[in-house]
Structure formats: C-alpha cells, structure tokens
Design a protein around this ligand. Structure first.
Ligand SMILES: *[C@@H]1O[C@H](CO)[C@@H](O)[C@H](O)[C@H]1NC(C)=O
Ligand SMILES: *[C@@H]1O[C@H](CO)[C@@H](O)[C@H](O)[C@H]1NC(C)=O
Ligand SMILES: *[C@@H]1O[C@H](CO)[C@@H](O)[C@H](O)[C@H]1NC(C)=O
Length: 353
C-alpha cells in the first residue's frame, strides 16, 4: 500500500516533469535548451509577468509604464498594451530579435518615438499592434516578415512612398480611424503590398475611392468616409473583392454606375446610411446586401433579379441567386415585400424592410 502510493507519486512527478518538457517544447520550439528556458525566466523584467509554462510570452500590459523595460532574448510574444509608453526604444528591444508578436496598442507613441531600426531588428515579427497611439505617419523600417499590421486610431495622414516595399507577406492592414485624405492612398504609397487580403480604411477622410490597392484585395472596408461616387471601371483592378463595406458615406445613385457592383467575386455588399435612391444591380453570387437607411422608394424584383425569368422558371437551384440576407429598412419603401423580390431571391432567409 505504502509502496504503491509512493511509486504513484513518483510516477505522477515524472509525468509532471515530462509534460512540462512537452509544453516547453511546444511553447518555445524545437531549438530551445533547458538553460535558455531558465535564463528566460530569470531575465523576466521586474515590471512584467512571464508565465512559467510559457516564458516566451512577456506580459507588461496595464502597468502605467512610461518606458519599455529591457526585454529578454527568446521572447516571442510581447504584451505592452495600455501603458504610457512614448517611444519604441531600440535599446530596450535590442535583445528581442525573435519576436513574433508585439502589442503596443493604446500607448502614447509618437513619430519621434519610433527609434530608427528598432522594428527592423525583429526579422521574424508577424503581427504588430500599434493601434491607439499618436502616430501621424505609417512608420518606416517595418520588418518584411509582417503579416498583420494594426495602426487604427492614430492620427495618420501620411503613408511615406515605399514604406511597404518588399512587404508582400502582409495580408492585413488596418488603418481605420485615422486622418487619411485621398492623395495619401495611392499606387506609390501602397507599392509592395502584393499579398494584401484585408484593407481597412474606415473612418478616414476619403472623398473618393482609394487608388493603388493590389489585385489580391479581398476585403475592403471604407465605412464612415465622405465617398461620393465610384468610377465605372473601379473594380476592374480588384478581381478578388468579396467583402465590400461602404456604410456611412455620401454615395448617391448619380455617383454610382448601376452595374458597378455586378461583380462575380462579391459575397457581401454593405451600403447602409448613404443617399441611394435605387437598388444597384448585383450578381447572382451575392449573399448579403445591406441597403438600409438610404432614400430608396421602390424595389422592382424583376428589374434587379440577376437571373433571367426563364432560368428562374426551370427551378434549377444551382443557378438561383444566392442572396440570403437583405436589409432595406430605413428607406421609403412601403410594405409589403414585393412579390417579385421573393420570386427571384428564393434562398432569402431574412429580409428587413
Ligand atoms: C541583452 O543580452 C545580453 C546577453 O544576455 C545582456 O548582457 C544585455 O544586458 C541584454 N540587453 C538588454 C537591453 O537587456
Ligand atoms: C452582370 O454581369 C454579368 C456577367 O459579367 C452579365 O452577364 C450581366 O449582363 C450583368 N448584369 C447587368 C444588369 O449589368
Ligand atoms: C419592373 O421592371 C420590369 C422590367 O424593367 C417592368 O416590365 C415592370 O413593369 C416593372 N414592374 C413594376 C411593378 O413597376
């Protein structure tokens, strides 16, 4: 009895050590030695917290820090959000060359505070969160390894030419809530973003559609600008656009060619809170359409139906329009829902009028 209890305890201790090593392996990757693991725990900055089972994560968030503490080598994930940090100091980050993730959201970082070369010294950085700071320009010297760059809620009005050069791994660029005008977003300023998937330019000061977006763009968010019109060939250069949000702009039917959204790639189109008086033509593949809070007076289902009457009649569901969700509330359309709308869009699950 006694013996077996002891061996059980030894067993569970061994298992514990074993699983700690497994965790360690999983957490730090294959090439981290036990010495490095101990060194990492020992080097954890006094101001921060480094979990024992995941010491490559360094938590220094919400601590009223004015400066970045010295970050130990082997740090992969660094959390510095919600502090009072004014600069990304090269010195404090000089050993953080392995960083994959850097979160400095909600601090007081200025353009001057971006030490030259501080970010370039992190050649493996994948995600950089710098939202809610005091930047007026997209910082130069970004590592070309970056996949996601979050710069929302700064005061950015400038995108320096060539700042994204060589950054074809960047898939997400979030610039919402800044002060970008039309002439800031151009082919010259966006050059290099060959792999961009999501571009968020919501809540800026654009009065026309941005130029220079790469053809890889799939999600384009432009809500809350002052955009008045869309050039008829605009989407020719964006063959993959699937999610398009233009809520809260100044689009009127006169400024929007009626077939400009008739794009086979489009799955979701949001045009709420504009000044449209007519329903634009859509493609049979569109699944979500938001047209609420415009000035539309009537909807002619056969007019906007992307499929011909004959094709509808043969009840071939494969060719039926894919629209599942339609919002038309906040317009001037009297109920009931026009019958020809329901006849055309047979897959509609929800319609708000
Ligand atoms: C960087 O690491 C070296 C070697 O471990 C150490 O001597 C130095 O103080 C570290 N620098 C910072 C800023 O932490
Ligand atoms: C929409 O585009 C398709 C394919 O390009 C085309 O056949 C169709 O006529 C267009 N519909 C309208 C209403 O422009
Ligand atoms: C809807 O449009 C079609 C084709 O443009 C037209 O023939 C029809 O009269 C319209 N229906 C209504 C109710 O206005």
């Amino acid at each position: 009895m006694h013996l077996s209890t002891r061996s059980n305890r030894t067993m569970s201790l061994l298992l514990g050590v074993f699983s700690a090593f497994c965790l360690l392996g999983a957490a730090l990757g294959q090439d981290v030695t036990y010495e490095d693991y101990l060194a990492q725990i020992k080097a954890c900055p006094r101001e921060c917290h480094c979990p024992r089972n995941f010491p490559s994560s360094v938590y220094c968030d919400n601590r009223e820090l004015k400066q970045i503490p010295n970050i130990p080598p082997h740090t992969l994930y660094l959390y510095l959000q919600n502090n009072l940090i004014e600069s990304l100091s090269k010195e404090a980050l000089s050993n953080a060359t392995q960083l994959r993730w850097l979160n400095v959201n909600h601090n007081r970082i200025t353009d001057e505070g971006m030490a030259e070369g501080a970010l370039e010294a992190m050649p493996q950085l994948l995600q950089l969160y710098m939202g809610d700071n005091l930047l007026t320009s997209v910082p130069v010297g970004l590592p070309s390894s970056l996949e996601q760059l979050q710069l929302s809620s700064n005061r950015i009005s400038k995108i320096p030419a060539g700042v994204f050069s060589g950054m074809d791994r960047l898939s997400l660029l979030d610039l919402q809530g800044n002060k970008l005008l039309d002439d800031a977003v151009t082919e010259v300023s966006l050059k290099g973003l060959g792999g961009l998937v999501q571009m968020n330019l919501a809540k800026n000061q654009l009065s026309s559609m941005p130029t220079g977006l790469p053809p890889s763009t799939t999600q384009l968010f432009l809500d809350g600008n002052n955009i008045q019109g869309i050039p008829s060939e605009y989407f020719k250069g964006l063959p993959k656009v699937a999610f398009l949000r233009l809520n809260g702009n100044k689009l009127s039917t006169g400024g929007v060619p009626r077939d400009v959204f008739n794009l086979s790639s489009l799955l979701e189109l949001q045009l709420s809170h504009n000044q449209l008086t007519e329903v634009p033509f859509i493609s049979a593949g569109l699944e979500h359409l938001h047209l609420d809070h415009n000035q539309i007076k009537s909807v002619n289902g056969s007019d906007i139906c992307p499929v011909s009457a004959e094709a509808l009649e043969d009840y071939a569901y494969a060719s039926a329009p894919k629209l599942r969700y339609l919002r038309l509330d906040g317009n001037e359309i009297p109920p009931p829902i026009p019958r020809d709308v329901v006849t055309c869009f047979r897959l509609l699950r929800s319609i708000v009028i």
